[in-house]
Ligand binder design. Structure first.
Ligand code: DON
Length: 297
């Protein structure tokens, strides 16, 4: 931990969502879960933070469980972009204009629009129950201030949504979709919750303590593959080479890692690098991977 703490000084806390700028850039924490009911943790692992883009992995799994591959991949592709997560450029140049993958904002918005439920309350409550089950933590909630702060400043995501609505990728009210999307991004966890979610994904969708199946193994496999190809935004290629662990980051500074058949890793470090990944978190994962030979390649 001491080896990576210094890197926090080189990063910057996300401030395009005003509520995220309140995080302490010096924070770094890690939890590792191996299925034995206790997490190994270092740093402030009780610190709560919001899932942000890590939620994209979970909504993808839920949408696939709700509708199956054919429906989901008629709305969103499977290819990495090499562009920043909020880029609009490929939407316009791509024919048909469906988003390239579910880990960029456009793709995640399309996936969120597929979650089953008769109202946003029901959809959010299904998603929260899913996250609670995967982490084994029944008390998980979403942070209202962070959700509201993003909702008020989400004009780029609104633009992406209107573009997709015009092109028939999504239907329905855009602000309703933004309401659900910003709440999903504001779901609050700590490192231990993330490590357990990582463990569930690493173990074909099994409950982290009770070992029954939550996510069908084929969907868990598919989700981990997206984590490898697109999980760390446009740094996914370098991350695969340096770390080689299926992982997904969020602009709050969280990272979930799922070492197939092995451990789940939860990281928090809100100081971000220029691609939007936790700067100390990336370093920590690199060290862990090399010391314990965790790369899947
Ligand atoms: O849509 C947004 O801008 C945020 N709620 C999530 C962004 C994030 O974590 C990075 N996305 N890949």
């Amino acid at each position: 931990m001491n080896k990576v703490k210094q890197f926090t000084k080189k990063g910057k806390v996300a401030d395009y969502i005003p509520a995220l700028s309140l995080a302490n850039p010096a924070d770094v924490a890690v939890s590792i879960y191996d299925g034995t009911n206790t997490c190994f943790s270092e740093g402030n692992h009780n610190q709560l933070f919001t899932l942000q883009s890590i939620s994209k992995v979970l909504t993808l799994a839920l949408a696939l469980m709700d509708h199956g591959e054919e429906v989901v991949f008629s709305k969103v592709g499977m290819e990495p972009t090499g562009d920043p997560f909020n880029s609009i450029s490929k939407l316009e140049s791509q024919i048909p204009s469906k988003p390239l993958n579910p880990m960029i904002n456009a793709g995640a918005l399309a996936v969120t629009s597929l979650i089953k439920g008769s109202s946003n309350e029901e959809k959010l409550s299904r998603l929260l129950d899913f996250v609670r089950e995967l982490s084994g933590n029944r008390s998980i909630q979403f942070n209202k201030e962070v959700a509201q702060s993003e909702f008020e400043t989400a004009d780029l995501n609104r633009a992406l949504s209107y573009f997709m609505k015009q092109h028939g990728v999504i239907s329905g009210d855009v602000d309703e979709l933004l309401d659900l999307y910003t709440k999903q991004c504001a779901i609050e966890v700590n490192c231990e919750d993330l490590a357990k979610i990582g463990y569930a994904l690493a173990h074909q969708g099994e409950h982290p303590n009770d070992k029954y199946s939550i996510i069908p193994s084929e969907i868990a496999r598919l989700v981990k593959t997206f984590m490898v190809t697109c999980g760390m935004y446009n740094a996914s290629g370098e991350f695969a080479i340096r770390v080689g662990i299926p992982a997904k980051s969020g602009v709050s500074g969280g990272v979930v890692g799922a070492v197939p058949g092995n451990i789940g890793i939860g990281i928090y470090g809100p100081a971000l690098d220029d691609k939007g990944n936790s700067i100390a978190g990336m370093k920590l994962l690199e060290l862990l991977s090399s010391r314990y030979q965790l790369s899947i390649f």
